[in-house]
Design a binder for this molecule. Structure first.
Ligand code: FUL
Length: 627
């Protein structure tokens, strides 16, 4: 506010302007949120004993001896992120398996009990140093759910969790974020015993009363992430997409009228936020670079390409959110070459795409400009590269038109709009027209501008003149307008694809729309009511199956645990694998399971043993892998 007043009083010409009366609108970002919003992209590293178990969620049963990377190199990982243009790195200091990557005083289930560096190492510290060395900001993720701790579910663990948070907030330099996920409570290996611990999520962690105050006190500049904020909210999916209309303001709704806490909210508008929401809680889009958050060798060919990452960038950063990309080092302790290659090419793509703003130097004429005589809010500020300087209208003008005459004809396929969010999220919508064939033609439209809005055109267009019609409930402000052309370069991985088996048969009866299981269309699914058991007659040697859950965002019939059995004759069965589809609810991707079969194995049985909800298996696609 102070800077706004100052800039309106001291003008370059030396004249004194009328005192500024432009009032901010609605909920406003805090200083720490502004700094976070400027970062736009950062990465999240999942690397714990779970990596060595080839799982997505560790069960809490891994022996610390397993954690023994042969070539851990934090710098290789941090450099790859920096080459991708990312501005921060978050270390998963403890995932759900409970293993701490720093020598905590709270438990012996940590790096101190591992053979790595003879138990003298501190991986969180190594990540922090490498992050800083590569010019990025550092943050930590501390899972509240702990599938190992014997006291999980009692106040003793909640206190230990806060002690762990205190250690992380105290000893790892300035942090830009403290990241808290909402997955907690359930099966585990608590204190060395299999069991289930259910907690009351609304009260157990005392987030507001005791836990988050630790972050505020020790790291006042760190933004706190969870599914409900308080500083940025989970976008509600793990594809990395915010809704096309995504407001930075949001009103989290707690269960039964209680204060909202992570993992316990009424269904809410996480993807879109709430227009005029009570708080400034923009979305963060978290998405793994590979299908899963942890490294799985069989996913080497499914690393997201630069174009896929660019689409995520447009649908996260380009919708006022941030992009948090999951990196998964291999057991050896470095990123696979495919991941490194894709990050680098993505970094280049972003740099080249946004290198030249084709609107720079344009003549912009507004239907109305606030304090026009003083030039305080001149339209030239829209193309000056400063995300906080802006053009504004009088208070009475809640719709306005800007005509933009480019220096010369430009070809572009991306339009960028930005508001100065220090004044709140003001703009409701924008309509863009272009001058073509001697008339104004509609080109694009957008709602919810906020910190950054990128509109991707179906195809490039060429013009010399554009017109923007802008609508808001209060005086309009616009900080930036840009025109860009997406940069493209050919890209390929050297990959070994899995051999898919064709011609296998589904023996299961009692299945609705059985054909959907093998129709290659992820958007159709079948329901298996034979107690959910799928029997497959193979067509040759088999090494594993791929199970794609339904993709319609519903969870009925999605298994969280399974058993696989094989048979030579379809009568006598041998159980060959049992396991869990961890994280399938938040991230319903293709689940691949590999197992041993003998040469004369002819039948495979897939039995779900636990569901998210319902008791009839639903399945979108089934794949069988050859040997
Ligand atoms: C989720 C976890 O359950 C996933 O394993 C992963 O860590 C993701 C970033 O957050 O809540």
């Amino acid at each position: 506010m102070f800077t706004i007043l100052l800039s309106s009083i001291l003008l370059s010409s030396g004249t004194v302007a009328k005192p500024d009366t432009l009032k901010p609108y609605g909920a406003l970002p805090t200083e720490r949120q502004l700094k976070w919003q400027e970062m736009e992209t950062y990465c999240l590293i999942h690397y714990t004993p779970t990596t060595f178990q080839n799982k997505e969620w560790g069960y809490g049963d891994a022996q610390p001896a397993l954690f023994n990377p042969s070539a851990f190199n934090a710098n290789q990982i941090a450099k790859a992120a920096a080459d991708g243009g990312f501005r921060g790195l978050i270390s998963v200091a403890k995932h759900h398996d409970g293993f701490c990557l720093w020598p905590t005083k709270t438990t012996s289930y940590s790096i101190a009990s591992s053979p790595w560096k003879n138990g003298k190492g501190d991986m969180v510290k190594e990540f922090m140093e490498a992050t800083h060395r590569n010019g990025m900001k550092f943050g930590v993720y501390l899972s509240a759910w702990d599938r190992h701790d014997e006291h999980y579910g009692t106040p003793a663990y909640a206190n230990a969790y806060r002690q762990q948070l205190t250690e992380l907030m105290s000893n790892y330099g300035p942090l830009f974020t403290s990241w808290h996920d909402g997955a907690n409570g359930g099966d585990g290996y608590y204190g060395g015993h299999e069991g289930k611990r259910i907690i009351d999520r609304t009260t157990y962690y005392e987030w507001h009363e005791k836990t988050w105050p630790i972050v505020r006190k020790l790291q006042p500049n760190a933004v706190i992430f969870s599914d409900i904020g308080p500083d940025m909210r989970w976008v509600g999916n793990e594809h990395g997409f915010a809704a096309e209309t995504s407001w930075a303001t949001f009103t989290p709704i707690g269960l039964n009228g209680k204060v909202a806490v992570p993992g316990a909210t009424e269904s809410h508008n996480a993807e879109s936020g709430d227009r005029n929401g009570k708080y400034w809680i923009p979305a963060e889009c978290d998405v793994p670079q590979r299908p899963g958050w942890f490294y799985h060798e069989e996913q080497n060919s499914r690393v997201k390409t630069p174009n896929q990452l660019f689409e995520i960038y447009l649908k996260s950063v380009g919708r006022g959110a941030s992009m948090n990309l999951g990196l998964a080092p291999m057991p050896s302790g470095t990123l696979h070459e495919n991941d490194v290659k894709s990050l680098k090419a993505f970094g280049k793509k972003i740099k080249e795409t946004f290198r030249t703003n084709l609107a720079k130097g344009a003549t912009i004429t507004a239907s109305n400009t606030r304090n026009a005589d003083t030039k305080t809010y001149a339209t030239s500020l829209i193309t000056d590269n400063d995300r906080y300087s802006y053009w504004a209208t009088d208070d009475t003008k809640t719709s306005a038109t800007l005509e933009i005459k480019l220096k010369s004809a430009a070809t572009f396929d991306l339009i960028q709009l930005r508001e100065n969010i220090k004044l709140g999220q003001r703009i409701d919508s924008v309509v863009v027209e272009q001058w073509a064939d001697n008339t104004w033609k509609p080109l694009a439209r957008a709602t919810s501008i906020g910190a950054n809005r990128l509109i991707k055109l179906e195809q490039p267009t060429t013009t010399t003149r554009l017109r923007l019609h802008i609508y808001a409930p209060v005086a309009i402000t616009l900080s930036d307008f840009g025109l860009f052309k997406e940069y493209n370069e050919s890209f390929a991985f050297d990959t070994k694809e899995l051999k898919k088996q064709t011609g296998f048969k589904l023996q299961t009866t009692g299945t609705t729309d059985k054909a959907y299981i093998t129709d290659g269309n992820p958007n159709t699914f079948a329901t298996v009511d034979d107690q959910g058991v799928l029997v497959i007659e193979t067509n040759g040697a088999t090494s594993g199956i791929g199970f794609l859950p339904r993709q319609d965002k519903k969870t009925s019939g999605i298994p969280t645990k399974y058993r696989i059995s094989t048979s030579v004759d379809g009568k006598k069965w041998t159980s060959v694998k049992e396991g869990e589809f961890s994280n399938i609810k938040a991230n319903p991707i293709l689940q691949q399971v590999f197992f041993e079969t003998s040469n004369n194995t002819k039948f495979i049985k897939f039995e779900p043993t636990q569901f998210i909800e319902g008791n009839e298996l639903t399945i979108a696609e089934l794949e069988l892998y050859g040997k």
